[in-house]
Design a protein around this ligand. Structure first.
Ligand code: AOF
Ligand code: ZN
Length: 344
């Protein structure tokens, strides 16, 4: 087996951690002796054991770890966080070689783990399946490298480019554009993110719950932009299903599950800064049109999912325009899904 084969296994294991480890990265570790896997593990939950610790704990004959090669999808940590440093543990267990997919961008680690292993006389190889490892933890890398959450835009539009119909004052409720099938897909997307954001008009018109009720997974933190606090808290957005943050120009406050965050102007920069301060490593922006446009104009987005339903509104609220060629597209039920990625 080659380094890449064992690293693929690390990445597969890492993926099992999913959103439960956020804002930590998903990490997998495989221990190999004489070409055979003797142990493996992954980071399963935020605040709990790291991948290396679980891999080592999985080995029955601990003496066998001496002289083994440890494959890890992220540089072993060097800091005392919620757990002691993994680099120390690998040194203590006398592994001979550590193969790493990519450096840890967290300033508490950033090369220090590698240095510590090398100083202890352990052979270190870095860069095996690096691109795949960075892609897997794109949210974590964005958080540390850009000091902002990873931003995914999502909207549904009609074939003729509208997000919504024109509404009278009392016309509330969602004007569905996509079919039944797409709803589960959207919930799946939501379940991958730590938070989900909407503007005031979307909250008032659609009364979305912003939960992932159609799929297994945890509900993201909900975020509302409501400068003048015009949205009453009897909407679904304020249910107990998840915490809610409200960006506004009036007050800082907190009650059960709701936090009001005062910002001096409604800007994507200030919002993303506040999310970063709270350790939120990813946000899905779900509308409305104006809110999506802010993120597009300010060029603070990383990916976009655009669902195009099989109907026309003829007139209404225009959908945002990205002026980019989609990376891929496919049909999902009656809808077409376009996926865009911004080059950073
Ligand atoms: C590793 N192996 O499996 C993970 C690492 O608060 P803590 O102690 O859980 O530390 C979190 C940081 O540790 C996280 O931001 C990242 O830099 C690193 N994650 N490191 O050696 C792992 N999950
Ligand atoms: Zn660690």
């Amino acid at each position: 087996m080659r380094h890449e084969d064992f690293m693929h296994r690390c990445l597969d294991l890492a993926r099992l951690g999913g959103i439960a480890v956020a804002p930590n990265p998903m990490v997998g570790c495989v221990l190999v002796k004489n070409g055979l896997v003797i142990g493996e593990g992954y980071h399963q939950k935020f605040g709990e054991a790291h991948a290396e610790v679980n891999a080592i704990a999985s080995v029955q004959d601990t003496a066998a770890i001496e002289g083994a090669t440890a494959y890890v999808s992220l540089e072993p940590c060097a800091h005392f966080g919620k757990t002691p440093p993994c680099s120390n543990l690998l040194i203590e267990k006398k592994v001979a070689h550590v193969v790493i997919a990519t450096k840890d961008p967290n300033p508490k680690v950033a090369g220090k783990g590698i240095e510590r292993l090398q100083k202890a006389g352990i052979q270190v190889t870095v860069g095996v399946l690096e691109d795949a490892a960075r892609e897997l933890n794109k949210r974590f890398f964005s958080f540390h490298e850009k000091q902002r959450p990873y931003v995914t835009l999502k909207w549904a539009q009609t074939k003729d480019g509208f997000l919504d119909k024109l509404r009278g004052d009392n016309e509330k409720g969602i004007n569905w554009i996509t079919g039944e099938e797409a709803r589960a897909l959207v919930h799946h997307w939501r379940s991958q993110e730590m938070s989900i954001l909407v503007g005031k008009h979307t909250a008032l018109n659609d009364n979305p719950s912003l939960t992932v009720r159609d799929v297994a997974g945890q509900n993201p933190i909900r975020i509302l932009i409501d400068s003048q606090l015009q949205v009453k808290n009897d909407l679904s957005l304020f249910s107990e299903a998840a915490p809610t943050l409200i960006f506004n120009r009036i007050k800082n406050d907190q009650t059960d599950g709701i936090e009001w965050i005062k910002i001096k102007e409604t800007s994507t920069k200030l919002i993303l800064e506040e999310l970063y301060k709270r350790g939120i490593h990813s946000v899905m922006v779900e509308g409305g049109s104006r809110t999506l446009q802010y993120f597009i104009i300010d060029n603070v987005w990383d990916e976009a999912f655009v669902l195009v339903g099989d109907l026309k509104f003829e007139q209404g609220v225009k959908a945002p325009v990205l002026n980019k060629i989609p990376v891929k597209s496919h049909f999902f039920g009656t809808d077409q899904v376009f996926y865009f990625k911004r080059r950073s």
